[in-house]
Design a protein. Structure first.
Length: 253
């Protein structure tokens, strides 16, 4: 059974002119347990819309999405979201709470005792390479972009969810910090053993971090496969041009 599955999903929006736009169009896709799938494509291709269907921040107009075999539309939305780690650009931290309170917030909402929350926060800060002694009582405004993003990842892991959803997690960072976090994330993947769906517009990042890539074009699935599949066996001219635009060399196939 796939960890996540989109079954012929579609999503319509109404644009500023009052016209209906199909942002996602008949996508069927599965993510296996423990796999990292990167959703890639041009701006407006439907990557984030597809991701947000998993935690019901976006509801499909057509089709259905399952997590662990359960239709998410039938799940309690609070329980669903607490069972899914979610990381967005810039960490999405609450500015009035310090780092420890941000990371431990879901533990508080779950009714955990204070010692359990403190121990979990400390372990997760160490996991993302932030010293608890140095960072636990800092506010988000006192952190660099990379530090905020590390805290966001720690917060997403606090309830030990089986699935981690990441929406352009490194997109707002400078190139050097982005490269550092990309390397750290590769190690983190091995440590936490999660099913991960990661949205990125950076093909090199997807190739470095993903087990497979799903390339979207105009809301439709252009190709799904490994980095070598896309490089050596591009499905069509769009896939070839997309790879050439990122790597500056013709793809095979």
């Amino acid at each position: 059974m796939p960890a996540i599955e989109w079954c012929q999903v579609g999503r319509d929006f109404v644009d500023d002119r009052g016209e209906v736009v199909r942002a996602v169009d008949g996508v069927s896709l599965a993510v296996e347990e423990g796999e990292t799938l990167c959703l890639i494509g041009t701006s407006g291709s439907g990557k984030t819309t597809l991701l947000k269907m998993v935690n019901r921040l976006v509801v499909p107009t057509l089709g259905r999405v399952t997590v662990g075999g359960q239709d998410v539309s039938l799940a309690d939305v609070i329980a669903l979201r607490r069972g899914l780690g979610y990381v967005i650009q810039s960490g999405g931290l609450l500015p009035h709470l310090d780092v420890a309170a941000n990371v431990g917030l879901l533990g508080v909402l779950e009714g955990w005792e204070a010692p359990r929350i403190e121990a979990r926060v400390r372990a997760l800060l160490e996991l993302v390479n932030l010293s608890p002694e140095t960072f636990a009582h800092r506010r988000p405004a006192e952190l660099s972009g990379g530090e905020r993003q590390r805290v966001g990842v720690a917060r997403a892991l606090v309830l030990d969810p089986p699935v981690l959803l990441m929406d352009e997690p490194f997109g707002a960072l400078d190139p050097l910090t982005r490269a550092d976090l990309r390397r750290e994330f590769a190690g983190l993947k091995r440590a936490v053993d999660k099913t991960i769906v990661l949205v990125t517009h950076d093909l090199a990042e997807a190739f470095a971090l993903g087990d497979r890539m799903a390339l979207l074009d105009g809301g439709r699935l252009a190709q799904v496969g490994t980095a070598s599949d896309l490089r050596e066996r591009p499905a069509d001219d769009f896939v070839r041009r997309f790879l050439e635009a990122h790597f500056g060399e013709p793809s095979h196939g």
